[in-house]
Design a binder for this molecule. Structure first.
Ligand SMILES: Nc1ncnc2c1ncn2[C@@H]1O[C@H](COP(=O)(O)OP(=O)(O)OP(=O)(O)O)[C@@H](O)[C@H]1O
Length: 269
């Protein structure tokens, strides 16, 4: 689906990305992890065409990314930002309709088929009851679902998400990722997702990339990447790694500086 070769990006003369090579297969769910400031968002901006790299080439379905027009790119790639939907004074239905714009001619109107698809998407994301409400009156979690519905209406082949769960409680986090997972399985969607939550990444991603100081330091299946020594090298924190009892994927527990107190000591004390 997408190949990046030698992506380098500088801001103010400082190298933020340093010769990144990556390959995104059609239909895969790829997670991008790394500490604050390691270059994840910058990499995603380069891969979606929002920023031009200073060196390197990006191929989208065999064609150089910047040879696509903005509209052609929007038919292939949709981006869901961290903050989801801005609190704009439009109704939910209007905003989701905007997802169809990449398919409109300059003067054409939405067709019946566009409206049908918007209704379907509103149902699939569980926000059809909100369709007449103004987006700026909704909660953060509801706005995030509206943003997802808008990207679904865009019918992309590649969905890129930059920390979409940051402002969501655990119920909405699961709900959002389950929705994306089922959409990916139904439509062979390719997903590239930045996540800070290593446990969620292990649960949902087929493969993980680990970025440190603008370089790709590890890539592989969750069990290959989520290892105490690898995490310590990248984050400077050595976690305990256990297995998820249902999914068998690795999950981390953060170490504690405090000594554990045994029950015996507690009762004696
Ligand atoms: N437009 C810009 N101009 C100058 N420096 C920038 C710009 N965008 C990002 N940077 C710098 O590039 C570095 C990487 O930023 P980036 O946002 O890509 O990291 P990140 O891994 O996504 O971080 P976080 O996890 O904190 O969101 C940071 O030092 C940041 O200050």
């Amino acid at each position: 689906m997408l190949i990046a070769e030698g992506i380098t990006k500088l801001y103010g003369g400082k190298k933020i990305l340093d010769g990144i090579h990556l390959r995104l297969e059609r239909g895969e769910f790829l997670g991008l992890l790394g500490p604050n400031g390691s270059g994840k968002s910058t990499l995603v901006k380069c891969l979606t065409g929002e920023e031009r790299p200073d060196a390197g080439t990006i191929w989208l379905e065999g064609k150089e990314l910047f040879s696509y027009s903005r509209k052609e790119r929007a038919q292939k790639i949709a981006v869901l930002p961290q903050e989801g939907m801005e609190p704009v004074p439009f109704t939910v239905e209007e905003v989701v309709m905007m997802g169809r714009y990449p398919y409109q001619g300059k003067w054409s109107w939405l067709e019946a088929a566009d409206r049908e698809m918007v209704n379907r998407v509103l149902q699939e994301t569980g926000i059809d009851h909100l369709s007449g409400r103004f987006v700026h009156h909704l909660s953060g979690g509801e706005r995030q679902r509206v943003a997802l519905a808008k990207t679904m209406a865009q019918e992309p082949e590649l969905l890129v998400l930059d920390e979409p769960t940051t402002y969501l409680d655990i119920r909405y986090q699961c709900h959002l990722l389950e929705l994306i997972r089922s959409w990916q399985e139904r439509k062979q969607l390719t997903v590239l997702i930045i996540l800070h939550d290593i446990n969620l990444a292990a649960q949902y991603c087929d493969r993980l990339l680990l970025l440190k100081e603008g370089k790709l330091v590890q890539s592989g299946k969750p069990e290959e990447v989520i290892q105490p020594t690898v995490i310590e090298e990248v984050y400077g924190v050595k976690p305990l790694v256990i297995r998820h009892p249902q999914l068998q994927v690795p999950q981390i527990l953060l170490p504690s500086e405090r000594k554990s107190v045994s029950l015996f000591q507690q009762t004696k004390g």
